[in-house]
Write a protein that binds this ligand. Structure first.
Ligand code: MGD
Ligand code: MGD
Ligand code: SF4
Ligand code: MO
Length: 887
């Protein structure tokens, strides 16, 4: 498996774009480049895909099963899991156990887990983190189309004349797809972004509608009313193919649909709204992308339906360049929805009706079959907290970080008598609660299939040998099933065998289910290995790029359904005490809970630490300053993070990233703040709106520590964060205690360090600086001050890469900077080429007016291109400042 026969073709493990990679692996090193033959990316990669090589090392990996903290054999660990699940089911019934799984499992893993829970244990209690992500879109699809079907394909995004991004920061979250639309935009495609925040996607768009949070339904209903007024709906298409227009019109009539009234409610300028409505009305080739700003809402289903209504009414579906497009987040969010990883579907897009239950039971040769849908994610953890769930198995997700109301989730994990966690890393926040820890194969080791946002099934292929005792997730599930006494249904020997069984299930007694892999049921191990990316449904003739091309939907009468929706407010309104709407989401270079991107120094430079973005007016009102540590408080919890003041936030709104964890910045976690309010139909949490307030955090001292090993936790009340660098780890901290607090921390951090130490203490100024060397090589650095300044960290961290410090280095060590060399605190914009913002500003001042000229001058933006929107923003800001200076 060292790629001697040329590069291995595989699929990126991050976002739902599902880019193909061509990788030449050797000795756990690899260089990833884009697979030019893969239809999702045609050779492109973003910063995360390009940095995969920095994340495949074995440091920090979970490599052996353990029970409690004790290392155990697989036989013992799988045996114990099987026995405890069996005993719990025997005593309390099948609904006393649950699986919480993930869109980062492969389809084969998902299939195995679902079969075990729904067919052999006989409960519906398997749900996936896609509940936090796609559940609202799934329900909207089922209501409108009769099944969870994504109509369009990526090609539609290129041939569309108008792309609307609803709560979708594509420039950061689906960068390669965004590159493709950026190219189309250069040829005249129009972009409208609907997002309360001026994201990079919004910055680059032709029109940004910075609506009041959670007013999307009002905006889209207003659009539909406007289309009806203009006579711009497609009555012919509706007559032939769509039900429900009357009910929708009645619902619309209950609100004032004048543009002026909608504009006021959404906080938008009338002219902007008119421009959007007119553009939409006159552009048949329109794709409306919707993502977490739509789904992660207590009215997430309604938001999806309002968007779909506008498309059904205009007949903009099933046609090239025209469709509503729910874009998926995780690499295999779709695979989970297909197999039945969600508690609300049985399997293969079949629900819990008698006929489907009997069919699936028969196909599986199962002893039983789940009678009803199981607990949805938030409810499942609530049931663990109150004792209804007594054994819980978590696979490939980190709920102690990513579920809302995270304190409560941790309590639930503590309260649950038996918690099993399958993961690839050893120090995730969730593993701290595991009774049994099971090591899974990671990306690059596992082998199977994933489905991307456009229903395209691609292969992930193994590049390396399995490390330690790690096993494929499907195999772990099969081991436990066998330990529970279910040998027959789970004796697969390869993922190819599971995939074939899965494909057969989709085709089994299929008289109208769109999800059908009939063309793949005869696959041999060889043809599975060689499988080319293909979009389902797959017939003998091949895949299907677009659905509903004949105007037929999967409903009983074959007609699409418009569904009436009325605007509602957020689950929790802001108030005098909590006046800010706290919004949460992603940054460009990090993935979720940092277990992988946190390992790559190049991905930690653009956004090194957790932050809260605030409008300057809101910050001023609370006495918060730019760059200062700030407390963010909600009814459920508090975080302390650095404040970033920017007019990209609308006054009254704040934003925090979702990524930081107890392992990287305990006080920077956002989900202890987020309430677990869910959409009543989808069960998806409202991650994008929690009433909050901010206050300055007043530290008495600050400092940083750089060491060769990561310090996993800095106990006490300290505020700290850890940032991975090349060859070392930077830890920033601040405290509110006296010198004893500092000394306790310092002693712990320098424990065991050698005697070669440089030290500078100015007790009256409250400053202490120490550097420890080991045979001439820099080993640890500790700098702290009560009120003074600290040097930039860059030069010091670079010294850790030197095999031996020279005299000049030693001389300057405690100053913290090399003499004469400018050192900048300016953030890295281009992760691939390591170019900082100040260089881009300099290029702009020297006359660069577009991103390509900056790329020529500085190399920024010349590799993966993910930073191009940020470069454009810096150019714009520099120009504005230059004009102001001139005026
Ligand atoms: N870099 C990176 N990329 C990723 C991921 C990652 O972790 N990092 N994760 C992947 C996953 S799993 C997912 S689900 C996707 C998510 O991809 P996105 O949905 O693009 O990402 P988010 O940042 O969660 O949220 C999108 C936007 O919704 C906006 N929003 C908030 N409230 C509202 C509202 O009321 N109305 C509207 N219209 N918009 C609102 C936010 O301001 C935010 O800019 O990204 C995928 N890609
Ligand atoms: N506040 C806020 N919270 C959010 C969101 C938000 O926008 N705001 N977004 C939500 C969304 S859309 C999502 S998708 C979730 C994501 O949240 P999570 O799923 O919790 O995030 P990840 O960090 O991707 O967790 C994956 C875990 O699986 C492990 N892992 C990786 N590969 C494998 C494998 O092959 N096998 C096994 N067994 N383990 C593996 C990783 O080490 C990691 O611990 O977060 C949700 N939470
Ligand atoms: S856009 Fe980036 S993260 Fe998403 S699949 Fe492609 S390379 Fe991976
Ligand atoms: Mo997601």
């Amino acid at each position: 498996m060292d790629g001697e026969g040329g590069p291995v073709r595989t699929t990126c493990p991050y976002c739902g774009v599902g880019c193909g990679l061509a990788v030449s692996p050797r000795d756990r090193l690899l260089k990833a480049s884009g697979d030019a033959a893969h239809p999702a990316n045609l050779g492109r990669l973003c910063s995360k895909g390009a940095a995969l090589g920095s994340t495949v090392g074995l440091d920090g990996r979970l490599l052996h099963p353990s029970i409690g903290r004790r290392r155990a054999s697989w036989k013992e660990a799988a045996g114990l899991v099987g026995q405890r699940f069996r005993e719990t089911i025997d005593r309390h019934g099948p609904d006393a156990v649950g699986f919480y799984v993930s869109g980062q499992l492969l389809t084969e893993d998902y299939y195995a887990a679902n079969k075990l829970m729904k067919g052999f244990i006989g409960s519906g209690n398997i749900d996936t983190n896609s509940r936090l992500c796609m559940a609202s879109a799934v329900v909207a699809h089922k209501l409108a189309f009769g099944a969870d079907l994504v109509p369009g394909c990526y090609e539609d995004l290129e041939i569309a004349d108008l792309v609307v991004f609803s709560g979708h920061n594509a420039a950061w979250t689906h960068p390669v797809l965004y590159r493709r639309m950026e190219a189309a935009k250069a040829c005249g495609q129009q972009h409208v972004v609907i997002d309360p925040r001026r994201t990079d996607t919004a910055e680059m768009a032709d029109l940004h509608l910075a609506l009041h949070p959670q007013t999307d339904v009002r905006l889209w209903n207003g659009l539909l009313a406007d289309l009806i007024r203009r006579g711009a709906i497609d009555r012919g298409f509706i007559n032939d193919h769509v039900n429900g227009l009357n009910e929708v019109e009645q619902a619309l009539a209950q609100d004032d649909q004048s543009i002026a009234s909608v504009a006021v409610d959404c906080g938008l300028k009338i002219a902007d709204l008119e421009r959007f409505y007119a553009l939409f009305a006159r552009t048949p080739r329109t794709v409306s992308l919707f993502s977490m700003g739509a789904n992660q809402s207590a009215q997430g289903v309604a938001k999806g339906l309002a968007i779909i209504n506008a498309h059904l009414a205009t007949g903009r579906i099933g046609k090239p360049g025209a469709c509503p497009f729910s874009i998926t987040g995780q690499p295999n969010a779709m695979g989970g929805r297909e197999t039945g990883g969600m508690a609300t579907t049985l399997a293969a897009h079949m629900d819990f009706d008698e006929a489907a239950r009997r069919r699936v039971k028969r196909f599986w040769g199962a002893p039983t079959i789940a009678a009803t849908p199981g607990l949805k994610a938030v409810d499942m953890f609530e049931a663990a907290a109150d004792g209804r769930i007594k054994a819980l198995w978590i696979m490939a997700t980190n709920p102690a970080v990513s579920l809302p109301d995270a304190h409560r989730v941790r309590q639930a994990l503590k309260a649950c008598p038996f918690v099993v966690v399958s993961d690839v890393m050893a120090d995730t926040d969730t593993l701290a609660f595991a009774d049994v820890a099971l090591p899974a194969l990671a990306w690059g080791e596992k082998d199977g299939t994933v489905t991307n946002s456009e229903r395209r099934i691609s292969r992930q292929r193994a590049l390396f040998e399995a490390p330690g005792e790690a096993r494929a997730d499907w195999r772990i599930i099969a081991d436990v099933a066998q330990a529970m006494g279910f040998a027959d249904g789970f004796n697969w020997r390869s993922p190819a065998q599971i995939f074939r069984e899965w494909a057969r299930l989709t085709a089994y007694e299929n008289d109208g289910r769109t999800l059908n892999l009939a063309g793949l049921t005869g696959m041999t191990p060889q043809s599975y290995d060689a499988l080319e990316p293909v979009q389902w449904p797959v017939t003998a003739a091949g895949g299907t790029p677009r659905l509903f091309t004949d105007g037929r939907f999967e409903t009983a009468d074959g007609r699409g359904r418009m569904n009436p929706v009325r605007p509602r407010g957020p689950a929790r309104e802001v108030c005098e005490v909590y006046p800010l709407a706290l919004n949460t989401g992603r940054v460009r270079d990090h993935w979720h809970t940092l277990t992988r991107t946190g390992l790559a120094p190049e991905l930690c430079r653009n956004e090194p630490e957790p932050f809260v973005e605030l409008h300057p007016d809101d910050a001023a009102a609370s006495g918060v300053c730019d760059g200062q540590l700030t407390r963010v408080q909600t009814r459920s919890g508090e975080a302390v993070v650095v404040a970033r003041l920017t007019d990209r936030q609308t006054p009254g709104c704040a934003f925090m990233p979702m990524h930081w964890t107890s392992a990287y910045a305990a006080s920077g976690r956002v989900n202890p703040l987020v309430a677990a309010a869910v959409d009543p139909r989808s069960g998806q949490p409202e991650f994008k709106h929690t009433p909050a307030r901010v206050r300055p955090y007043r530290d008495t001292w600050r400092g940083f520590y750089i060491g060769r090993r990561p310090e996993l936790s800095m106990s006490g009340d300290l505020i700290w964060r850890r940032i991975t660098q090349d060859g070392c780890h930077l830890h920033e901290f601040a405290g509110r205690g006296d010198v004893r607090e500092r000394e306790a921390l310092r002693r712990r951090l320098v424990e065991g360090a050698g005697r070669d130490v440089l030290r500078l203490e100015d007790a009256s100024a409250g400053s202490l600086r120490e550097a420890y060397l080991n045979e001439g090589r820099l080993d640890r650095v500790f700098f702290a001050t009560t009120g003074g300044r600290l040097p930039p960290r860059e030069w010091l961290t670079q010294l850790f890469e030197k095999p031996c410090l020279d005299d000049l280095d030693r001389l300057n060590l405690l100053i913290g900077r090399a003499p004469g060399q400018p050192h900048s605190n300016s953030p890295v914009v281009c992760a691939c080429r390591g170019v900082r913002a100040d260089k881009i500003v300099a290029a702009a001042r020297a006359g660069a007016r577009d991103v390509d000229t900056v790329a020529d001058a500085t190399a920024a933006g010349s590799a993966c291109g993910s930073c191009r929107p940020q470069i454009a923003r810096i150019l714009k800001e520099t120009l504005v400042m230059a004009n102001q200076d001139a005026a």
